[in-house]
Design a protein. Structure first.
Length: 267
């Protein structure tokens, strides 16, 4: 009798262990558990830790709440200024309502991916090429709003959307390169012209100063001679200043110029 009682207790304990093993579920910290009882959603979402369900009656589905990085395949479209481009992007999103993500949509990842591709093509058609190349922050915000509007009903929150790359045709790349080269050449010419204008003003001021003070011209000449003489690999031709001739003429009292020829006899 005692042996039968022990056997019954052991059997009941084994049955309890089997039942507990079948009913126990572990929900991780970054997950939430959604329980369906006979196909109907239970109101409470199981939090991280040990969750116990009724085997054969309840079904537990785990939903990941981590941020998901979803690459958007490159989409080809025509911009508003009739340029064919290929644009790819990346979407960062996370589940904020586990029950809605399981009940309201069949596969929220696939739904977000398709919505991102559609929105990206729409953004390409509404934007100019210059906006795609230089004003990406505004386009990212618009793309995020377009994806986030339907995703709210799926229990999904769009965290961030980034346009990764814009591929252009080779002809357009060559045209943009020529445009950039022409713009750089235009700026270089403007800078050179401005430099010439400033230099001419300074030279005019220097010429006026030297005209008022003739000795300044001689000092400038001597400075030029010194600068040229520093290089010993050249021949220096020094012009004789007229002021020095006049100084010698005044010192000797006789003109150093050639005497005037007498007029020819009259016929």
């Amino acid at each position: 009798m005692l042996q039968d009682l022990v056997t019954a207790v052991v059997a009941a304990g084994c049955a309890g262990l089997v039942y507990l093993a079948a009913a126990a579920r572990v929900v991780k910290q970054y997950e939430r558990g959604v329980v369906f009882r006979l196909g109907r959603l239970r109101g409470d979402v199981r939090k991280p830790g040990l969750a116990v369900i009724v085997p054969g009656v309840d079904r537990l589905r785990r939903v990941n709440l981590q941020i998901v990085t979803l690459p958007v395949p490159a989409q080809e479209g025509i911009t508003r200024d009739n340029v064919t481009v290929r644009v790819d992007a990346v979407v960062y999103f996370k589940v904020v309502d586990a029950a809605a993500a399981v009940v309201n949509v069949e596969d929220y990842r696939f739904a977000v991916s398709q919505m991102a591709q559609t929105s990206l093509r729409s953004i390409i058609g509404k934007s100019d090429l210059d906006d795609l190349l230089s004003n990406r922050e505004k386009l990212n915000q618009g793309l995020e709003l377009m994806i986030d509007s339907p995703a709210i009903g799926w229990g999904v929150q769009i965290d961030r959307v980034e346009i990764k790359d814009v591929s252009l045709p080779e002809s357009m790349k060559r045209s943009m390169a020529r445009q950039a080269e022409a713009d750089r050449e235009r700026r270089a010419r403007i800078i050179n012209a401005d430099a010439e204008l400033q230099a001419s003003k300074k030279l005019a001021e220097a010429a006026q100063q030297m005209a008022d003070t003739p000795s300044a011209l001689q000092l400038r000449l001597l400075q030029t001679v010194v600068a040229v003489a520093a290089e010993k690999n050249s021949t220096l031709v020094l012009p004789f200043p007229v002021e020095l001739l006049r100084f010698l003429e005044r010192a000797q009292g006789t003109p150093l110029t050639a005497p005037a020829q007498p007029p020819p006899p009259e016929a």
